[in-house]
Design a protein around this ligand. Structure first.
Ligand code: NAD
Length: 300
C-alpha cells in the first residue's frame, strides 16, 4: 500500500469512536474522564460501587470477577482502552478495603481484560497512582513486596505497628505496589509485545470528593494544607482528565511503563536528586543480564 494511503488509513482508524472501561466512574477524576471521553464520541463502560453501568464492589474478589466479566460482555470482547481510577484515600480503619480496591481492583481487572485489549488497534491503559508513592516516608517495603506477591494479609500485618498512620501506609503501599506492577507488566511480551500501552498517572492533591472528605477532618485538613506544593493550591480533576485522555490517545504510542507525576511539584521538591539516577555499580550484573535476555528475546 502506498505511504500516503497508509497514513490516511491510520488517521481514520484513530478517529473512530472507541470503547473504554473506566473504574471509579461515579465520582472525581474517573467521572471527569468519562465525561471527556463521551464528549469526544467514545463509548464508555463505567464501573463503580454505585451510579455506574456496571455496579460492583471492587473490594471483593467476587465483585472484581463480576465487574471484569460484565465489562467484557458490554464491549463484546474487544476493548480499546481502560482507565483504573476507582480508589480509596487513607480512610481510618479501612486498610483492607484500601488494599483490595487500590491494588487488586487494578491488577485483577487488567489481567482479565488483557486479551480483549490485545484485540484492539493501539490499545492504551492508564492506572491512577499517586504522588504519595514518593512523598510519604517510611512505607513498609514488606507490604509492597507482599502485594506484588499477591498476599494482602501479609501486607496488612505490616501496618499493625503504625497506629493512626496505618491507613496512610496502606494507601501509599497500595500505590507504590500498583505503580511497580504497571512498570513490570507494561514492558512484557504479553503487554508491550501485544501492542498494549500501559502507564500510570500520579496526581498530587486534586480537589475531588476524596480530598474533600479528608479536608472535612480538621487534623487531616491541617496536614494537607501544610504539605509542600511548590505551585500552591489543589489540582483540578478536569485537567487531570485531559492528561488521561492524552495518555489514551495515539500521541501516547511511545509511552510505556511510565509514571507521570502531575502534582504541583511536591515530588520534585522532596525527591529532586533521587530520580533520574544512573544504574549503580552493584546492579551492573543484573543490568547486563537483562540486556542479554532482551536481545535473545527479540532476535529473529
Ligand atoms: P473519588 O472518591 O472522587 O472517586 C473514587 C471512586 O472510586 C468513587 O466513585 C468510588 O465510589 C469508587 N470506589 C471506591 N471504592 C470502590 C469499590 N469498593 N468498588 C467500586 N468502586 C469504588 O476519588 P478521586 O480523587 O477521583 O480518585 C481517583 C483516583 O485517584 C483514586 O485511585 C485515588 O487514589 C487517586 N488519587 C487521588 C488524589 C486526590 O487528591 N484526589 C491524589 C492522588 C491519587
Amino acid at each position: 500500500m502506498p505511504r500516503c494511503n497508509a497514513a490516511v488509513e491510520s488517521k481514520m482508524d484513530s478517529d473512530l469512536a472507541k470503547i473504554y472501561a473506566v473504574t471509579g466512574s461515579a465520582s472525581g477524576m474517573g467521572h471527569a474522564v468519562v465525561e471527556r471521553l463521551r464528549q469526544q464520541g467514545h463509548t464508555v463502560v463505567g464501573v463503580d460501587i454505585k451510579d455506574a453501568d456496571v455496579v460492583a464492589d471492587l473490594s471483593t474478589a467476587a465483585g472484581r470477577r463480576a465487574a471484569a466479566q460484565e465489562v467484557l460482555t458490554a464491549c463484546s470482547g474487544k476493548l480499546d482502552g481502560a482507565v483504573l481510577a476507582a480508589g480509596l484515600g487513607p480512610t481510618p480503619r479501612a486498610e483492607r478495603r484500601i488494599t483490595q480496591v487500590n491494588y487488586f481492583g487494578v491488577t485483577d481487572l487488567l489481567e482479565a481484560w488483557r486479551s480483549s485489549l490485545a484485540k484492539a488497534s493501539r490499545p492504551k491503559v492508564v492506572v491512577f497512582s499517586s504522588n504519595s508513592t514518593t512523598t510519604v516516608p517510611v512505607v513498609p517495603h514488606r507490604a509492597v513486596r507482599s502485594l506484588l506477591e499477591g498476599d494482602p494479609d501479609k501486607a496488612l500485618r505490616a501496618y499493625k505497628f503504625y497506629g493512626r498512620a496505618a491507613p496512610a501506609m496502606a494507601y501509599a503501599a497500595s500505590k507504590i505496589a500498583v505503580s511497580r506492577w504497571v512498570r513490570r507488566t507494561a514492558v512484557t511480551p504479553e503487554w508491550a509485545g501485544a501492542g498494549i500501552r500501559l502507564n500510570a498517572l500520579a496526581p498530587g492533591a486534586i480537589l475531588t470528593p476524596l480530598l474533600e472528605r479528608q479536608l472535612a477532618t480538621p487534623a487531616e485538613a491541617e496536614n494537607i494544607r501544610r504539605f509542600p506544593v511548590p505551585i500552591g493550591g489543589f489540582g483540578d480533576p478536569r485537567q487531570l482528565a485531559e492528561w488521561v485522555v492524552f495518555m489514551l490517545s495515539d500521541s501516547a504510542d511511545f509511552l510505556c511503563g511510565s509514571v507521570v507525576f502531575v502534582d504541583g511539584g511536591s515530588d520534585a521538591y522532596f525527591r529532586a536528586d533521587d530520580w533520574p539516577r544512573a544504574v549503580p555499580a552493584r546492579q551492573l550484573g543484573s543490568y547486563l543480564h537483562r540486556t542479554r535476555r532482551f536481545l535473545n528475546r527479540t532476535s529473529p
